[in-house]
Design a protein around this ligand. Structure first.
Ligand code: SF4
Ligand code: SF4
Length: 350
């Protein structure tokens, strides 16, 4: 065999072994979904709008890790606007507002909303006026039914937020599942469905060592099954995917263990990892002075190996796109999670 024939054979063999996106997608509809999603270029960062809150929830990481103490609120709206314009120039196109409770300061939210696609996390006690913020995405934190909420947060916040946002198509509940509220997940999901709203699940990380809130292995398996069951029963209400449930609960993706070396949601200023893992481009988590940078998207003091943060794990899957391009199953898993993320910020409709 000549050298030229050998080269042609090698090229043909390589071509045969290369899987195309079309192969991975398997059908036109999936290919179209992929083409829609790959156009999105979401660049998020997180901002503490304030250190104040109208609740003091047991187990709140913001106060337990003293993130309220590292900086003081920027109260000057002119300075805030300069900052937001700077963030826009830096390439941020998805501002995630947290706190504290951002809705205590609607004028600050308005500055972000004027210049950037904005998502506001809230406990739902204060109704965001839709005439002022017609299309802002709102995520309501939820820790159980009214009984749980009263015990952990001191108020029946679920009933209050349901009344405020019934039928609002730009709102979803972010339900933090604990070993103590797993039994009411269906009751809650049905209430949210009946109110014409959506729900997304994540798992509690017991930063404060709240008694009875540590996960056992059996409970973790149960929670995965329960989340899968809810998704099967209420697909119009539950914004989730089974692969997300699996990675969230197992702390593992494609045979790799979750932890500091893998986390994509570390603030740029804190990221001295070598080698660098796949990460959210330009991601920063700003304290309320809009100068101090938190370590990551969640508690400054949390142990990474046992971190249950759902948003970080979702981003872990999304940023490892190439690693999911090896089989149709991995590809679909990646696509579904990326679509879920885009839905939660309404870059694609529910
Ligand atoms: S509402 Fe949120 S920020 Fe306020 S105390 Fe509860 S968990 Fe913390
Ligand atoms: S605590 Fe969680 S989100 Fe923060 S750096 Fe560690 S793994 Fe990432």
């Amino acid at each position: 065999m000549t050298q030229a024939t050998q080269t042609i054979d090698k090229t043909n063999e390589l071509k045969r072994s290369m899987i195309t996106i079309r192969d991975l997608a398997g059908d036109e509809e999936t290919l179209q979904r992929y083409n829609n999603i790959k156009k999105l270029n979401i660049r998020s960062s997180i901002y503490d709008v304030t250190n104040k809150c109208n609740l003091r929830c047991t187990g709140c990481f913001f106060y337990s890790s003293e993130q309220d103490k590292v900086a003081s609120d920027e109260t000057d709206l002119g300075k805030l606007e300069d900052f937001v314009l700077g963030e826009k120039a830096r390439g941020v196109n998805n501002a995630i507002l947290i706190g504290g409770e951002p809705t205590l300061f609607l004028d600050r939210i308005e500055v972000f909303y004027k210049h950037l696609p904005t998502f506001c996390a809230t406990n739902g006690l204060i109704k965001v006026p839709r005439d002022r913020f017609p299309d802002m995405m709102i995520g309501i934190s939820l820790w159980g039914n009214d009984e749980h909420e009263e015990k952990l947060r001191g108020k029946k916040t679920f009933s209050i937020s349901l009344k405020h946002y019934e039928g609002d198509d730009k709102v979803y509940y972010l339900y933090t599942i604990t070993p103590n509220n797993l039994d009411v997940i269906e009751e809650i999901t049905i209430k949210i469905k009946n109110a014409g709203l959506k729900i997304h699940y994540q798992l509690y990380s017991n930063d404060e060592d709240v008694s009875g809130f540590d996960w056992t292995d059996e409970e973790k398996e149960m929670v995965k099954d329960k989340m899968d069951e809810m998704l099967d029963k209420y697909p119009e209400t539950v914004v989730s995917t089974k692969y997300y449930h699996q990675v969230l609960v197992d702390n593992e993706m494609l045979g790799r263990k979750w932890g500091w070396n893998e986390c994509p949601s570390v603030s740029l200023d804190w990221d001295d990892r070598d080698p660098q893992p796949k990460r959210l481009i330009g991601f920063q988590s700003f304290a309320s002075d809009l100068k101090t940078i938190h370590r990551c998207c969640t508690s400054d003091t949390r142990e990474c190996d046992s971190c249950n943060d759902g948003a970080a794990k979702m981003s872990w899957i999304m940023t490892n796109k190439r690693e999911h391009m090896k089989s149709p199953e991995d590809f679909r898993n990646w696509l579904e999670v990326t679509e879920m993320f885009a839905k939660l910020y309404q870059y694609v409709p529910w």
